[in-house]
Design a protein around this ligand. Structure first.
Ligand SMILES: *Cc1c(COP(=O)(O)O)cnc(C)c1O
Ligand SMILES: [Zn+2]
Length: 367
């Protein structure tokens, strides 16, 4: 198993704490997977994402057993005819980030890593701090100084060291990277570490299985850094390669209008993404002005024949209320997904008669 630079193709041993190539290229993961037999995984007595271990970079004997808290296996809820919400807030730390965090930390444990570094303003930080506590590792979390008290308390409770950084989200990332490089530490980043996507891809395996072996027409996917979106693209490519599906479902991506670099790039028909100005949004979990994986995100949307939509602040709040009135309480960022769905079906009414899966990424009590 190796990291491979997506720019120059250089290979790096996965045990080295490399997070980026010398050429500046970002890393992907290269390893042998066994095709999944979804008829047999559907019958598994293991209801967590670990039932897909054949398509994960682990063996049965690896120490993932000591790290898992039963992540994955989240319900698919019928919200309205043809619209299924996959409730990933049913997770140990109440967001879908647990799918990625458990894979990253289980791998770190396998190599005997003692300390991890992460930067996040939200759910990734709480998730990595929870899983590293469980794995008995030290964890240093870099957060913007504006991070809410609630999230800091959660991170603190898991015993992680918190570094509050003045300035922008990018300044926080820079401080974390400085720490990683100066002390050669393991960077448990959901943006740079491709192991994270190996976890998020299982969301799409599960939805396929829950829809009785049928892919929906489309998956609505929120996009900040693209953690769930890249999981989608990897899962779809695998399933096509294994002959499980013959065409990829569409990725219908959603951003907040007030911070929408991918929407802008798509509108201009570009392959790469220019940073935008974040003019402030209540959907803080997707407010990423300069997504490091912008080019890959664009490719995933285009190759699935997908689309991207920007939603207004007003519509996000309205969507949160609409979901709550159906008994579903999500964090504000997560309501953007439903707002995006409502805008899509307004634009393309024929989508109302097709199965669509909507992610509920984070629990309402988080905000
Ligand atoms: C992390 C997160 C997102 C967006 O994920 P990206 O990796 O930034 O695309 C969306 N919603 C919630 C609740 C999140 O925690
Ligand atoms: Zn390179």
């Amino acid at each position: 198993m190796n990291y491979i630079c997506e720019t120059c193709g250089s290979l790096f041993d996965i045990k080295s704490n490399v997070w980026k190539c010398n050429c500046g290229g970002l890393l992907r993961l290269e390893y042998k997977k066994k095709p999944l037999d979804f008829n047999s995984t559907a019958l598994s007595r293991n209801h967590s994402l670990w039932k897909y271990i054949n398509a994960l970079p682990f063996d049965e004997k690896d120490p993932w057993n000591e790290v898992t808290m039963g992540e994955g296996g989240t319900p698919l809820i019928l919200v309205e005819p043809h619209l299924y919400a996959k409730a990933d807030y049913y997770m140990p730390t109440l967001s879908f980030k647990d799918r990625g965090a458990v894979v990253v930390i289980a791998m770190a444990k396998k190599w005997g890593v003692k300390k991890v570094v992460v930067d996040s303003s939200g759910n990734a930080g709480t998730s990595i701090s929870a899983y590293s506590a469980r794995a008995g590792m030290e964890c240093e979390v870099f957060v913007p100084s504006s991070t809410s008290d609630k999230k800091l308390k959660q991170i603190e409770a898991h015993g992680a060291t918190i570094h509050k950084i003045q300035g922008s989200r990018e300044d926080t990332a820079e401080a974390a990277i400085h720490k990683v490089e100066s002390e050669h530490l393991f960077y448990a980043s959901h943006i740079y570490n491709p192991l994270f996507w190996e976890g998020t891809k299982t969301y799409f395996y599960e939805a396929f299985e829950q829809l009785d072996g049928n892919m929906p027409e489309a998956f609505v996917v929120p996009v900040g850094n693209g953690t769930l979106l890249m999981g989608a693209y990897i899962a779809f490519q695998e399933m096509v390669a294994w002959g499980v599906i013959d065409k990829m479902p569409k990725i219908l991506a959603v951003q907040a209008e007030n911070c929408a670099p991918i929407v802008n790039a798509f509108a201009r028909g570009e392959k790469t993404v220019e940073p935008c100005r974040n003019i402030g949004t209540i959907a803080e979990g997707i407010a990423i002005a300069a997504p490091a994986r912008g080019r890959e995100i664009m490719e995933a949307i285009q190759k699935t024949n997908g689309d991207i939509i920007g939603v207004s602040e007003e519509k996000i709040l309205d969507a949160r209320q609409k979901l709550a009135s159906k008994g579903i309480y999500v964090e504000i960022t997560s309501a953007a997904n439903y707002a995006g769905y409502l805008d899509y079906v307004k634009k393309y009414p024929e989508l109302k008669n097709k199965n669509i899966v909507l992610p509920l990424c984070g629990a309402g009590i988080k905000t």
